[in-house]
Design a protein around this ligand. Sequence first.
Ligand SMILES: [Fe+2]
Length: 439
Amino acid sequence: MNVVSDIYKKSSKFNNPYIEDGFDFLNHYCINDVAQLIINMSHSQFIGDLQNIRIHVNNRLLNYFDRRKFLEAASTNEKNFVEFLDSYFGNEEFLIFINKAGIWSEKILSTSAQLCKDFIKSFPRNSLSIEHHIIIGRYIRTPFGVHMDDSVDRVLHINLGPGSKNLSLWDKDTYVNANGSEYYVEDDAAISHLASSYEFRAGQGFLLPARFYHIGSSINEISIGVALAFTKKTAGLISNQICTEFKKITASFDEVKGISYDNFELSDVKKLFVQALDECIKVEKISLTDLIEIANLREWSNMCFVERTVLDYSRLQGINGSFSIKKPFSIEQYRDRRGCHFFARGHSLSITDSVTVQKIEDLLSDKSFDLCIDSESDIRSLDAVDKFKTWLVATRAAEESNISRSKSFSETLQHEQQFSRCEPPDKTSSESAFQIAAE
Ligand SMILES: [Fe+2]
């Protein structure tokens, strides 16, 4: 049994607030991992990524340009990260909140997978999903006041320090009786005597159950935390997943049918959309059962984490050695009338050729493989099975062992940041990977 399973048991199935001592953060996450995550985020080329970071300074929400400025300063900082935060924000109160944080840190994502693996496997597939939030700050009260998180989420706050963090909690009945309504309040002074207060220091985790009103503080020192949000899947959430899968398949029909930004005068979009949908179902032969299973296996291959790191082919050129499937992640497989779909770390790749599928199945049963790509060769000219191997490495589902590189390439690589060549997740999804692996 591992630490998350233990917390689940001790908190009466995530129903009671609970403080756990068992986070030896030096063996799990550490502050440097969070600092590196922010550096990786600062290298992102995509404007949408900035929506995942909110920064409040003295209760004021920073705009896009000021958030960008903070990320740039963090990425060029040469001090210790806590000292950097201290000097950047001076005497001001601040709170930084990063959603979907695992996208920018393979280290944090892999560590969480280890922490959660027994817990995840004790639940039916597709019954829960997990997301990371990073919460950093020194503040008297959470700037957005007393609030309740999503009712399907249970959140494990792991404090990496250096300061302690406090959460004040009200159960729903107490809060509504005292407050006269379910509305959130900015100032909790009138109801603070009714709260249960939990202080957790560096190396401790706090389980915040669903449906508790709460407000946080980190008064004297900066606290840096990784919060794991465990979402109980509902029918509505599964529908969203199915729609996302269907959107991936139907996206190309926009161009074919002229449903695009270029054709501004097009009026009968609904009719064309229905035709496209109809055609897609006929041509792709996709069924609802297939979509549910594909959505399920995509997330399951990433140990229930909703965050996919971007595909990274940059490590491949000049590589020569052995790889193994990274534990505790697994490669999943599903066959429908369109072919065979493989899932690795939340990415998918479809192959129709049965001989190639058989070779890949043999490769996967070994759980390890050799790969040799000289620094001059073009990945696109590899055979289908070798292309599949490169895809496994790019998804980070396979990890290196006994690797040697050609000298010139390893020198180049040393100067490369982990995510400096990242591509938008949508453009590196199944379609492009399929072309690489199966053309
Ligand atoms: Fe919250």
